[in-house]
Design a binder for this molecule. Structure first.
Ligand SMILES: [Zn+2]
Length: 59
């Protein structure tokens, strides 16, 4: 937590919750150019695949 506060001092808020609906983990953004939304790339891929599948079954 101290680390997160330190990173926040430098600029933007550098941590958040994973955007995957079935994942409740938190992550610390290590200062990449693009803001991070998921705790791991695995979560990002899973959500993308799930939404892709949902679109397919709907169509
Ligand atoms: Zn996650």
């Amino acid at each position: 937590m101290a680390l997160a506060l330190r990173l926040g001092d430098r600029g933007r808020c550098a941590w958040g919750r994973c955007a995957a609906p079935d994942c409740r983990r938190y992550f610390i953004d290590t200062g990449r150019r693009t803001p991070q939304r998921y705790c791991t790339p695995r979560c990002a891929t899973r959500v993308r695949v799930a939404s892709h599948r949902a679109g397919r079954t709907a169509a």
